[in-house]
Design a protein around this ligand. Structure first.
Ligand SMILES: Cc1cc2nc3c(=O)[nH]c(=O)nc-3n(C[C@H](O)[C@H](O)[C@H](O)COP(=O)(O)OP(=O)(O)OC[C@H]3O[C@@H](n4cnc5c(N)ncnc54)[C@H](O)[C@@H]3O)c2cc1C
Length: 483
């Protein structure tokens, strides 16, 4: 996420009460989530995350997301943070105040720095933050983490936004790969991958999407053929974030000749500077090239560089993708409120704050952001209790991406055609907001597109009939297995 300008603390009002019964949550009496009792059986089935955990025979208690429940016994949850989390907040705030250069906090600063320089600054700053003990907040201490709670992690992420810290350059590794390695990695992989990643010595890319295999990941065609004790990999990935700057890439590869769909896949860990790896940057409409295409031509990958076991790629990938940031909504709310306040400031500066249509729009966006905030607090409570979010995480993804994109649609309406022009509007430098507006077009695509999320919510949360494409696929599969 881009670290936006402005400032707003994420702490909820202690007078606001969240009541949770089954899967139904109410904030001050208003319902937030689905009602478990009314939900059909399909909605109560174990989620993919549970299934994968069982598949690998993992111990829930050792997984990094698990944390202690904090409940007052009355069926209500206090939305304030516990004292130890507030102590952590104070410690982190002090460190951030002393370590973030004042120039970085000037609105629009990052838009004035070249891409390479910005990446190096961010990489080094994040490394120093880790060395100071402010990384891996909710990771076990044995992996170099702080052994904290999801609430402390939410505070960490939110305080970074509040202090105008740059966003992480290693989030794909830290959020997805690290907990997967902790869960299913070999002792050697744990030792070689986690520490260097935490200190930003190794930046990780994610090599899943291909031309023709995005939402439908099982259609991927990159393949690896065993030759001695190495896989020879050929194929192409696309939309790979930090392709031009990453050091290694966790890559979905078809390693079983003749296999199709979910079978015969493996997750291989490949060096980006290995012979045969070629990166071609893709220029985005904001002008930067944050992602690119990655071509593999006869790339030799040692067989031990497979995570989760050869042929287990699909299960490993599902486990990896299930480690989405349950508590991320708190920092997202903080960031979007900063952007919202900026947009209101611009509306005032342009003399548009009296426009009744715009006022309605701004009020609507603010309501959407406050709903996001309460949903984020509800999700944090669930994660703190060690509950699996399952299909409900699709609701969260839809909610934050639509709220964020919608906010910037209002910004686009405020500027009109000016939004596309890279020049000051009425003496206001809006470069950073313009770039953020361009960026928001992508948030309903990556991490599961809105259309796909709606299908998941319809089928697995609401229990509606399966869509015709899913039904057709299932019919084809049963026909094949009947043969
Ligand atoms: C900023 C950004 C960063 C990214 N970074 C990475 C990365 O680091 N690594 C990586 O592997 N990938 C990355 N991606 C790729 C991303 O995961 C894919 O773009 C995404 O999975 C969608 O795939 P696609 O682009 O092939 O679109 P498609 O899957 O072809 O979808 C095209 C359209 O069809 C719709 N659609 C597809 N299937 C269905 C269906 N069953 N029902 C209804 N509608 C459907 C989609 O919602 C979409 O609107 C990134 C993408 C973006 C935008």
């Amino acid at each position: 996420m881009p670290a936006g300008p402005g400032g707003a603390a994420a702490t909820a009002s202690p007078s606001c009460r969240l009541a949770v019964t089954g899967a139904c949550a109410r904030v001050n009496g208003a319902r937030l989530a689905g009602d478990a009792d009314a939900a059909p059986e399909s909605a109560r089935r174990r989620s993919a995350h549970h299934a994968v955990i069982e598949y690998y025979g993992l111990d829930w208690a050792r997984l990094p997301r698990r944390a202690a429940c904090r409940q007052d016994g009355s069926g209500h949850v206090d939305l304030s943070y516990p004292p130890e989390a507030e102590e952590f907040r104070a410690e982190l705030r002090t460190w951030l105040a002393a370590n973030i250069p004042a120039s970085w906090t000037v609105p629009g600063f990052w838009a004035t720095v070249g891409e390479d320089e910005a990446f190096d600054l961010r990489r080094d700053w994040e490394r120093r933050k880790a060395l100071a003990g402010f990384a891996g907040i909710d990771w076990p201490v044995e992996y170099g983490g702080r052994g904290g709670t999801p609430a402390m992690r939410a505070i960490h992420d939110s305080e970074l936004v509040r202090a105008h810290a740059p966003r992480s350059v290693n989030s794909l590794g830290l959020v997805f790969l690290a907990p997967t390695v902790m869960a299913v990695g070999t002792p050697r992989q744990k030792a070689e991958i986690i520490g260097p990643m935490l200190r930003n010595e190794v930046i990780w890319c994610q090599g899943f999407s291909e031309p023709g295999a995005g939402s439908d990941l099982a259609a991927l065609r990159t393949h690896g053929v065993l030759d001695g004790d190495e896989y020879v990999v050929n194929g192409q990935k696309v939309w790979t974030t930090f392709a031009g700057r990453g050091d290694r890439i966790f890559t979905m590869v078809r390693t079983e000749p003749g296999s199709s769909r979910h079978r015969g896949l493996s997750l291989l860990l490949i060096d980006m500077d290995a012979p045969g790896v070629e990166v071609r940057p893709i220029r985005q409409m904001s002008g930067v090239s944050e992602f690119g295409e990655v071509f593999f031509t006869d790339v030799r990958v040692p067989a031990p560089q497979c995570l989760g076991g050869i042929g287990n790629g699909w299960a490993t990938a599902m486990l990896l993708l299930s480690f989405e940031r349950g508590a991320a909504g708190i920092s997202q709310y903080t960031a979007y409120r900063q952007a919202y306040d900026e947009i209101v400031r611009v509306a005032r500066a342009l003399g548009r704050d009296g426009d009744p249509v715009l006022r309605q729009e701004l009020a609507r966006r603010r309501v959407e952001l406050e709903c996001l905030h309460y949903q984020a607090m509800h999700v944090l409570t669930e994660v703190e209790r060690g509950h699996d979010l399952g299909a409900a995480s699709s609701v969260t993804k839809l909610q934050w991406s639509q709220a964020y994109q919608g906010l910037f649609e209002t910004f686009d309406e405020l500027l009109g055609a000016e939004v596309a022009l890279l020049r000051p509007t009425a003496d206001l430098d809006l470069t950073a907001l313009r770039q953020e507006s361009f960026w928001t077009r992508s948030v309903t695509i990556w991490g599961g597109s809105s259309q796909v999320q709606r299908t998941i919510v319809a089928e697995r949360v609401l229990g509606l009939p399966r869509s015709s494409s899913t039904t057709a696929r299932t019919a084809r599969r049963s026909k094949r297995s009947a043969r």
